[in-house]
Design a protein around this ligand. Structure first.
Ligand SMILES: [Zn+2]
Length: 121
């Protein structure tokens, strides 16, 4: 009389399908956002900023707030970084030097650069 014979293991399937996210935004083909300092790409501005803080120790929003940059200065700084690829350890000096603060840097280095669409203020 062994009851084990009849045990049904039907539901003991531990297959992991927890992270099946249904993202349907195929209508809008979003350009990836390139990191300022490495070759990683991101889908949203928020994740890009978070990556910059975690991986490159650069908090762009805080910098802009602290220095009271307007959106034009934000764009110029961003384009300058993309163009010159400064070392992220030298960002403080770079920001204070204001070498990036001229109208030449209003021109996007990357076309459709989503980071430039981010509105400071
Ligand atoms: Zn990066």
């Amino acid at each position: 009389m062994d009851p084990k014979e009849n045990v049904d293991y039907e539901s003991d399937d531990s297959s992991d399908w927890s992270s099946a996210q249904e993202m349907d935004n195929s209508d809008t083909e979003l350009n990836p956002i390139y990191c300022l300092f490495c070759c990683e790409t991101f889908e949203t501005i928020e994740t890009t900023f978070a990556h910059l803080i975690t991986n490159h120790n650069l908090d762009l929003i805080q910098i802009c707030n602290k220095n009271k940059f307007n959106s034009f200065q934000y764009i110029k700084l961003l384009n300058y970084i993309r163009l010159e690829k400064p070392n992220c350890n030298q960002m403080n000096e770079l920001i204070e030097s204001k070498v990036w603060d001229n109208d030449q840097n209003m021109k996007p280095v990357i076309s459709d650069d989503l980071l430039l669409m981010f509105g400071i203020n």
